[in-house]
Ligand binder design. Structure first.
Ligand SMILES: [Zn+2]
Length: 194
């Protein structure tokens, strides 16, 4: 990506600690809040309820030509179908305590979210620096509908090699190839949010 730079309005994350269901949908491992409507983001003045997060290995986005071992997608959708995805890149490093409850449930997850419950504090799953690279694009899953608001966190989070290996033992190569931007405008927030 060669982003242009602008001072974007920061995304507001209304995320809280919540009971989560961890499940394996046959394509990836997902986590969803078991109480609807408790978590949302505000992006450009619009509130998008949080639906679920899921993982891809390796990452579907590159920063400065670098691909990452994992990428997490936080998927949000309004009642009338507008979709905003927040992408979080994962690099190998220190073990990530916030993600530990999720990682611990990956191997046991079946297709039913209520079968594998854990407590997740959704807000702590994000990087501390929440400046984003944004573009309008498509979903990476089959269907690939246009009109998705993409927000990729410019700062990766770390997970330990063991944590990453727990994801890749369940799924690897569940990413689409890195997508060309096709002349889209990509904008990097010039003022990092803390
Ligand atoms: Zn995804």
């Amino acid at each position: 990506m060669n982003p242009t730079t602008a001072d974007l309005t920061n995304i507001v994350f209304n995320y809280k600690a919540d009971e989560a269901g961890i499940f394996n949908n046959g394509h990836t491992v997902e986590a969803e809040p078991l109480t609807e409507g408790e978590n949302s983001i505000v992006l450009d003045g619009l509130t998008y309820p949080f639906l679920q997060l899921h993982m891809h290995a390796p990452s579907e986005h590159e920063i400065n030509g670098q691909r990452f071992p994992l990428e997490i997608h936080f998927v949000h959708k309004t009642e009338d179908g507008k979709i905003a995805v927040v992408g979080v890149l994962v690099k190998e490093g220190a073990a990530n305590a916030a993600w530990a409850p999720f990682v611990a449930k990956i191997a046991a997850a079946d297709a039913v979210p209520e079968d594998t419950k854990t407590e997740l504090d959704w807000s702590t799953l994000l990087p501390t620096d929440q400046s984003t690279i944004r573009y309008d694009g498509s979903l990476t899953t089959p269907g690939c509908s246009e009109g998705v608001k993409w927000n990729v966190m410019a700062t990766p989070i770390t997970m330990s090699a063991d944590q990453i290996a727990t994801f890749t033992a369940a799924y690897s190569n569940d990413s689409r190839p890195v997508q060309p931007l096709n002349g889209r405008t990509v904008t990097l927030d010039s003022t990092p949010a803390k």
